[in-house]
Design a protein around this ligand. Structure first.
Ligand code: SME
Length: 301
């Protein structure tokens, strides 16, 4: 068993999140890298102790890697925000990864560098050795299990995506056929997230051609650059459309679709397919959907 320490905003939500990661054996909420001995929650709350609300994550490295855990850490924080996550403000809510062995540094650093290059801006996340860690009072351990409606700065859909993402790994296993992988991916996303239409279009020459999907019948062919799907292909980036009526050139396979997200699937930098999801309500998709659906898309190849 190994341990890593994540400061990811309020430790109630962060603890709950890492408890749901396969391969994590134990999560302890506490306070790290501060300047006093054995602080209470009340003392840390004054924001004068230097401690950060932190979760100690004990994990089995043969089931989940440090790289994966660090990547998951980045799904629950705003890495550009200084001393603020969600509604919570103060130095105790700064973000950080605190390690206990120097061999861990390059693994964690590689994930930091990747996120930083994607965002194109310096991260406001600490990366340093653990100096000290004190468990929080029993009341704060597994807080959201004890208080299911309790405050949580992490949106609920993040927890649903985490479960979906992990179950997908097991479902796809080592199946090598892309169509089979796409078919079950569409089915699992659709079933778990209750979307209205979930499916793939595959690049075939100058067009996208309908692939495995769940939901009502759909258009079979979309030209390069046309509609939301064609735009995601052309621009090689995820396109979130909060209101399809505001998107010039939207292709209405059905009048019922009101908002949409399209994620391109890249093989060696080239778009080979897109994942398209539609909702009958306006404004269904945001950055959280984009982040997780991109992770899911990466898992297809
Ligand atoms: N609305 C899409 C077409 C595909 S359907 O939504 C399934 C678009 O504009 O590309």
């Amino acid at each position: 068993m190994k341990s890593i320490y994540f400061a990811a905003g309020c430790f109630w939500g962060a603890g709950h999140f890492f408890s749901g990661v396969d391969g994590v054996a134990a999560v302890t909420t506490g306070f790290a890298n501060g300047n006093t001995l054995n602080p209470s929650y009340k003392e840390v709350y004054t924001d004068t102790t230097g401690f950060a609300e932190t979760v100690k994550v004990e994990y089995n490295p043969s089931l989940v890697s440090l790289k994966e855990l660090t990547e998951l850490f980045f799904t629950i924080i705003d890495p550009l925000s200084v001393n603020r996550q969600g509604e919570d403000e103060g130095t105790r809510y700064r973000t950080g990864v605190y390690y206990t062995s120097d061999e861990e540094l390059p693994i964690i650093k590689a994930v930091f560098d990747d996120v930083e290059s994607r965002l194109g801006r310096p991260l406001a996340v600490e990366l340093c050795p653990l100096r000290n860690f004190y468990s929080a009072e029993e009341y704060h351990q597994h807080y959201l299990d004890k208080n299911p409606g309790g405050y949580c700065h992490i949106p609920l859909k993040t927890f649903r995506y985490l479960r979906l993402y992990q179950d997908l790994k097991n479902l796809l296993g080592d199946e090598s056929d892309l169509i089979a992988r796409m078919a079950n991916t569409a089915a699992l996303i659709h079933e778990r997230m209750h979307f209205w239409w979930t499916g793939f279009y595959l690049v075939r020459g100058e067009q996208l051609v309908l692939g495995p999907f769940q939901g009502p019948v759909a258009c079979t062919r979309i030209a390069f650059g046309r509609g939301v799907c064609g735009a995601a292909w052309k621009e090689r980036r995820t396109v979130v459309v909060p209101d399809v009526e505001q998107f010039p050139g939207h292709i209405a396979c059905s009048a019922a679709s009101r908002s949409e997200i399209v994620v391109p699937l890249l093989t060696d930098g080239t778009v080979t397919a897109v994942l398209d999801i539609d909702s009958t309500e306006v404004g269904t998709f945001d950055d959280i959907d984009a982040l997780w659906l991109e992770k899911i898309a990466e898992r297809l190849f």
